[in-house]
Write a protein of this length. Structure first.
Length: 500
């Protein structure tokens, strides 16, 4: 007799029906199990022995372990507070004289950008914050104070937030560009979403137990100023040096922005050269300041506020802020192509009579983002590719009269290095697509948009303004399609691309 686990999509998928064929011989085991990703997280959180207890002990409960870990953490934090206060010997009422730690050379190696002997506050709570603010009141010229957050993994994330020495002492975390790209594209230098979530929760001092947030929840601490996550980077240099497409970076921006909203942390993203590159790059168009919603205010996006499990898990759930994405894409499209109030193509931030940045661009009934360069032999992977050309006609309206196809240039010199060798196959594939569409819509005008004027922002604007917009599996085409004024059509996402 043979016994095996239930198969999954990627491994042993064919075994699930075998017990039906040989019921006395083959048996499918359906007991609970932990996948390798969760095992890795559990070992990181609780150690190997405790993780193995789950497998060996029938009555083992993760809830019990998690409660124990949380209580131990609270106990250690309390002991730190007491030890700090005793060491300073200057407690009067609620006042606390800060105990500042000087890092040794060994600690410097484990603690990122903190220099040896540099001052750092090892405790982060409301009392600490108020004490730092009092220091600034007494000495307004004091330099910013770095703070070590209790739950942040500083082996992975080596940037410390600082309390500014002016104003109301806002806690600010300045993220450099190499920390913007989180898992799965980080390649060893990224900030994982789980660590990002823990860090922002530490900054805002809001525990998971305080959720959902509301005015009656007494676990929510009212801080003198909301913390801020700030990303100000050279977006043009980022594009040149990263080797990643702009769709990947836009995904990262929306992920961090979502976590900031859920953690009740202010969010600011901008390119240092916004005005100079906004007609060539996408990132300037998703620059924004997002003030954190007050605890008395509802979740600012459609749907329910994401739970800690939804935010800590992988992949990231930027579908929770779909209306924020729609707003960005539609504002960009109307700014570039102009308002069309008779077609309901307007945006509240763009005056209807404001001239378009690129005049004379006509809105088309259908716009298709046709990804072909890296698809036609350029990438050794199967999580994106090309869909049957007849599928587009299946969804297109019968009265379609104009069709636009946005794709890579047929001029070798205007392509990415990795696409230069596949310009001719892409041209042939694009014309085959035109022939297929023309056979279904013989009277329709079909135009290929890949000339010099067809920059990335204009390409996204065309997709956003169309009555029907299409994309396949692409982190570039998905944002204007799901942000479209009209109807949107896309392939099912997968674990690596467009999972949301």
């Amino acid at each position: 007799k043979s016994y095996f686990q239930q198969g999954v999509r990627n491994v042993n998928w064919f075994v699930n029906t075998l017990p039906e064929i040989y019921p006395d011989k083959m048996h499918k085991m359906t007991a609970p199990f932990i996948g390798t990703w969760d095992i890795k997280k559990r070992i990181s959180m609780h150690g190997l022995n405790t993780t193995l207890d789950w497998f060996a002990d029938e009555g083992f409960s993760w809830e019990t372990v998690d409660d124990k870990v949380e209580k131990e953490k609270e106990k250690k934090n309390l002991e730190k507070d007491v030890n700090t206060a005793v060491a300073d010997k200057e407690i009067e009422g609620k006042d606390l004289v800060l105990n500042v730690t000087k890092l040794s050379s060994e600690e410097k190696e484990d603690n990122g950008d903190i220099d040896e002997g540099e001052d750092i506050i090892p405790i982060w709570n409301q009392t600490t914050w108020e004490s730092i603010l009092q220091k600034y009141r007494d000495s307004p010229s004091s330099s910013p104070q770095k703070v070590m957050l209790p739950s942040t993994n500083y082996t992975e994330f080596d940037i410390y937030p600082e309390i500014q020495g002016d104003g109301d002492g806002q806690l600010v975390l300045n993220l450099p560009d190499h920390k913007l790209m989180f898992f799965p594209w980080g390649r060893g230098v990224s900030l994982s979403e789980n660590n990002l979530y823990s860090m922002m929760h530490d900054m805002s001092m809001i525990s998971d137990a305080a959720r959902p947030l509301n005015i009656s929840n007494h676990d929510v601490i009212v801080l003198p100023s909301r913390p801020l996550v700030n990303i100000t980077i050279d977006c043009e240099n980022l594009k040149k040096t990263s080797g990643l497409g702009e769709g990947n970076w836009v995904t990262s921006v929306y992920t961090i922005r979502l976590v900031a909203a859920a953690a009740r942390v202010d969010w600011k993203f901008q390119c240092v050269n916004n005005d100079e590159i906004r007609m060539e790059r996408i990132l300037p168009w998703v620059s924004s300041f997002q003030p954190t919603p007050d605890v008395t205010e509802p979740w600012p996006y459609q749907g329910h506020e994401p739970t800690s499990q939804e935010l800590r898990g992988w992949p990231s759930r930027i579908d929770f802020m779909i209306d924020g994405i729609m707003d960005d894409m539609q504002k960009m499209a109307v700014t570039i192509m102009g308002s069309l109030p008779e077609m309901n193509r307007t945006h509240p931030s763009v005056p209807v009579d404001q001239p378009p940045l690129i005049p004379g661009i006509e809105m088309e009934d259908v716009v298709i983002h046709f990804r072909c360069g890296d698809v036609l032999g350029g990438a050794n992977r199967n999580d994106f590719g090309m869909i049957k050309f007849t599928e587009y006609a299946h969804w297109m309206s019968n009265d379609t009269s104009t069709i636009g196809i946005v794709t890579q240039p047929f001029d070798v010199g205007r392509n990415r290095r990795e696409d230069m060798g596949r310009v001719e196959p892409c041209r042939l594939a694009t014309y085959r697509l035109v022939d297929t569409l023309q056979s279904s819509f013989p009277s329709a005008k079909i135009v290929i948009h890949n000339e010099v004027i067809d920059t990335l922002p204009l390409t996204l604007a065309r997709l956003t303004m169309a009555k029907q917009s299409f994309t396949t599996v692409s982190s570039f085409g998905i944002f204007p399609v799901i942000g479209s004024f009209g109807k949107s059509y896309f392939q099912q996402g997968n674990r690596n691309v467009n999972w949301f």
